[in-house]
Design a protein around this ligand. Structure first.
Ligand SMILES: NC(=O)c1ccc[n+]([C@@H]2O[C@H](COP(=O)([O-])OP(=O)(O)OC[C@H]3O[C@@H](n4cnc5c(N)ncnc54)[C@H](O)[C@@H]3O)[C@@H](O)[C@H]2O)c1
Length: 446
């Protein structure tokens, strides 16, 4: 046992042994603390509560905490009824001290990038500092946020520095990256999405794997923390690179007048070695536009460069401005101009079926259209208010009357239920950034 030097000397944990940890899992008495109750933390907390464990969530956002306490969901994938069903086992607080007594702490806080595109680990560090006083012997701490390789080991060292407890000996540390896909329509969710788990030691991995087996059908143990960290970052970089390739294909297909989706769907019939990605107006959210930067940062620190990743990033980053330029070109072909034109943006969230606007390509499209002098409005039933750079964007309804008043409409994010709507035929010009709408005379592809 290590010397205890922390301000709050952790007590000797009476349930520190491996057999007791396993028993507490089996008996559903293991107390789970979730730090960060957002898109990833709340469904996870709900999963453990539904599996019978007592769960206490910690969040710095008092409004979210109040909503969890009242059983009101703020996420598209969590129904109020699901919260109500576990109300006696899932609670939330803004006070870290109320998670004292947890056997497991799972950190699910944001990991954005700074203005100069470096990983912003402030949330991970402040969460680590707030749980340090809770650390006790035998506890398992899991980082679930997406992070550059080395971050979990650094967090473990930070906890050790604050408490004098030794990671891998006095307490256990693991990395279990989140793969949730909000509003997934293909049926993937917490339980059936395989979970990669890497520990600081074999015992850390074993405990974390056993823990996640309670809520995930398949757990994939990794030999090191860094394997788990890097696997997640690589998954999203793989998406970015393939999306950028699809954008290039889409541009070529437009020039050749070949329908790009049909090309991709034909290629997809190959039973092995091909994974379809489809064109769009760019990428958004906190994963695909962010995680490749973590990889690039890790590569730079290691003295290597990743030219392919850099090129893919640049290609995707330019896409929203390409939407603006294409619309200007199409309007010019019709003898009109963007300046003064009424342009409706259809779908503004970063993906279909969610209200999340983080890094949404629509925001850059709106900025570009405004810069070109267009009068922009939007339609997105999941986003009741929209402000871009401090200036509100007018909301427009989806009706024949309102569509007839537009000079152009741009499909940026598919709105569930609108894909096949005949009302798309009403605006004089429709720019379809997803190549999804029926090829009628007023519809042009990006
Ligand atoms: N959203 C996704 O689809 C998704 C998918 C896979 C991985 N991830 C990753 O999961 C991590 C979390 O993302 P998210 O989408 O759940 O973020 P989120 O913003 O939806 O939720 C994070 C929550 O953490 C809270 N928080 C911030 N600092 C805190 C602190 N010090 N203590 C307690 N609570 C704190 C915030 O108030 C917020 O409610 C990120 O690393 C992200 O990249 C997200």
């Amino acid at each position: 046992m290590s010397e205890m030097t922390g301000v709050l000397a952790p007590e000797i944990h009476p349930r520190g042994g491996a057999a007791l940890f396993d028993q507490r899992i089996g008996r559903r008495t293991l107390r789970v603390g979730i730090v960060g109750l957002g898109y990833t933390g709340l469904p996870l907390g709900l999963g453990f509560a539904a599996a019978g464990f007592p769960v206490r969530g910690l969040d710095t956002d008092a409004e979210r905490v109040g909503q969890v306490e009242r059983g009101e969901s703020y996420l598209p994938d969590v129904a109020d009824a699901e919260l109500a069903a576990v109300a006696d086992r899932l609670s939330a607080t803004t006070e870290a001290g109320e998670l004292a007594g947890s056997d497991v702490l799972i950190v699910c806080v944001p990991t954005p990038v700074t203005g100069d595109q470096q990983a912003n680990l402030d949330y991970v560090e402040s969460a680590t500092d707030s749980i340090a006083p809770l650390l006790r012997r035998g506890m398992l701490v899991v980082l679930q946020s997406t992070v550059p390789p080395g971050t979990t080991a650094a967090a473990a060292a930070r906890l050790a520095g604050a408490t004098g407890l030794q990671p891998g000996v006095d307490f256990h540390v693991a990395m279990a990256p989140e793969r949730v896909d909000p509003a997934n329509t293909a049926g993937w969710h917490l339980a059936n999405t395989p979970k990669v788990v890497g520990g600081l030691t074999d015992e850390c991995t074993r405990r974390a794997a056993l823990l996640f087996e309670q809520v995930c059908e398949t757990v994939v143990p990794a030999s090191r923390l860094e394997v788990a960290e890097l696997s997640k970052v690589f998954e999203n970089t793989f998406r970015l690179v393939n999306i950028s390739l699809t954008l290039e294909l889409s541009d070529l297909c437009r020039e050749l007048e070949i329908p790009v989706r049909e090309v991709i769907d034909a290629a997809s019939t190959k039973p092995y070695g091909f994974l379809p990605h489809y064109p769009g107006p760019g990428v958004g959210g906190e994963c695909i536009p962010v995680d490749p930067l973590f990889l690039r940062e890790a590569a730079a620190a290691a003295g290597t460069d990743m030219k392919l990743v850099a090129a893919a990033y640049e290609r995707v980053e330019r896409r929203p401005q390409q939407v603006v330029e294409r619309l200007a070109e199409l309007m010019a072909e019709r003898g009109s101009a963007l300046r003064g034109a009424k342009v409706l943006i259809v779908g503004v969230s970063y993906k279909s079926g969610v209200a999340d606007l983080r890094n949404a390509p629509a925001l850059d499209v709106i900025r570009g259209l405004r810069a070109a002098g267009a009068r922009v409005s939007y339609h997105d039933p999941l986003v009741p208010d929209l402000t871009v750079d401090g200036e509100p964007v007018a909301e427009a309804g989806w009706s024949a009357v309102e569509l007839a008043q537009q000079d152009a409409a741009v499909l940026v994010t598919p709105v569930p239920g609108l894909d096949h709507d005949v009302l798309w035929g009403i605006p004089p010009l429709v720019l379809d950034t997803h190549n999804k709408l029926a090829a009628v005379s007023n519809v042009a592809v990006l």
